[in-house]
Design a protein. Structure first.
Lengths: 177, 155
């Protein structure tokens, strides 16, 4: 056993720099691959097209909207990650998934130099939430897995709920409902 | 982090957790790391408080003291870095410890019947009998009973 001097971190799982979006939810920083996001909109801008949605089994989804003839489900990221309720201002509309995610704000675009596997000690739902962890400027940031926002089981549950035809609701402040 | 079968080896690291002393077989201990920044993010693994970056690796931090005493004391800590096994594989993990650790030699004795299930033996240190901590049993026990309340990141 020894007490050793602190060393600079080195890359262990280099997979090539990956463009990513850093965003915050309830003051917690996350990263998501840029190519997983189709569009970023303000909650105001899609409020008119959204419908209130109620599925008790999946309470993190409170709204839905239609886009290009596809029904998108809006996941409140605070509820998804079990974070303190915040006031989301933006919606990340994901690519290839009928999921949009309410987040607080975009911090910046960046390139992830590496993604470390989530340590095996983490054995809960976070294994589904995250692709891994990245280390940027002395911050360890979880890299979210877009597929983790709604599992196939959750999709089955919410697909069984009839969607109102037209009842636009304000998405803004949805987290507080 | 060693399982109990290895406890008969005669070198142990004494560590202080929640004002109690425990022994860990030394062969599973890598180092005593200085206090470094604890990084937190949402998760549901009840014993884990976050991760630290050490020697280029991201290590999970097991807040064993909190599980023992109910009080988290993540400040002013050294981190005991030890190996935890997961079947055929293993990973280095960190346990915040109070103050200094001590390397001792001694002969492992069977645990007393009154000892908790995560104590797999004892060693004599002076007049004191110190329980040998079976980290795997400790984690299993607290993963099963611990509330999933760590989603909220803590500063």
């Amino acid at each position: 056993m020894k007490i050793a001097a602190q060393e600079a971190p080195r890359l262990r799982h280099f997979r090539g720099a990956e463009p990513a979006i850093l965003f915050t939810v309830s003051r917690q920083l996350f990263a998501i691959a840029a190519d997983a996001v189709q569009e970023i909109r303000s909650t105001d801008s899609i409020a008119g097209a959204s419908s209130e949605f109620d599925c008790p089994e999946v309470p993190k989804v409170r709204h839905t909207f239609e886009r290009a003839r596809r029904q998108y489900y809006v996941v409140n990221a605070c509820a998804h990650f079990g974070l303190r309720v915040a006031r989301p201002a933006l919606v990340l509309i994901l690519r290839q998934l009928r999921v949009a995610v309410l987040v607080d704000r975009i911090e910046r675009m960046t390139e992830l130099p590496s993604i470390y596997d989530l340590p095996l000690g983490f054995s809960g739902e976070e294994r589904r939430w995250y692709r891994g962890l990245t280390h940027i400027e002395d911050h360890v940031i979880p890299v979210v897995d877009p597929r983790g926002f709604l599992t196939p089981e959750e999709f089955r549950q919410i697909e069984g709920v009839p969607v109102p035809l037209a009842s636009p609701q304000e998405l803004e402040g949805a987290a507080s409902k | 982090m060693m399982a109990c079968e290895n406890a008969q080896r005669d070198s142990f690291v004494l560590l202080q957790l929640a004002e109690r002393r425990f022994a860990l077989p030394a062969e599973g201990v890598a180092e005593l790391a200085p206090p470094v920044r604890l990084h937190t993010f949402p998760h549901t693994s009840s014993l884990l408080s976050g991760v630290i970056v050490r020697r280029g690796r991201i290590l999970p931090v097991y807040d064993a003291a909190r599980a023992l005493s109910g009080k988290s004391s993540l400040a002013h800590r050294f981190y005991l870095v030890a190996r935890r096994r997961f079947g055929e594989t293993s990973e280095m993990s960190a346990i915040p410890v109070d103050g200094e650790c001590e390397l001792v030699t001694g002969e492992a004795r069977p645990r007393s019947e009154a000892a908790p299930p995560y104590i797999c033996g004892e060693i004599a240190v002076g007049d004191e009998s110190v329980g040998i901590l079976d980290i795997e049993a400790f984690v299993r026990m607290h993963e099963n009973t611990g509330a999933k309340s760590l989603s909220e990141p803590r500063a």
